[in-house]
Design a protein around this ligand. Structure first.
Ligand code: SF4
Length: 99
């Protein structure tokens, strides 16, 4: 169960931004799942559509890592603390404004 209380470094209110996962970079290493205090991510298999849209290098990386990547499952829970950005070893995440 995600911690929905404000934590140090996450003073921003939720719902202004959300993380975007670069499918050609993510290797499903789970650092984002581990550091996010709000349960925004989960690791699961890529959909056939996402797999088909990968670059050649992205397909190779996906094959090596079992086809699993990070997915944003609680978009509205992001508090913009940037812990996931700092933790991702593949630089696969960025925060984008929610419109
Ligand atoms: S910036 Fe990343 S770690 Fe922080 S709340 Fe948003 S998704 Fe979670």
């Amino acid at each position: 169960m995600p911690n929905v209380m404000a934590v140090e470094g996450c003073a921003e209110v939720a719902g202004k931004v959300a993380p975007f996962v670069d499918r050609n970079r993510c290797e499903g290493k789970s650092d984002c799942v581990r550091v996010c205090p709000y349960g925004v991510f989960e690791i699961r298999q890529l959909s056939p559509e996402d797999r088909a849209a990968l670059s050649l290098i992205g397909k190779l990386k996906s094959w090596v890592h079992g086809g699993k990547q990070s997915h944003v499952i609680n978009t509205g829970n992001c508090h913009a603390c940037r812990r996931c950005i700092d933790a991702c070893p593949e630089n696969a995440l960025e925060l984008r404004p929610l419109i």
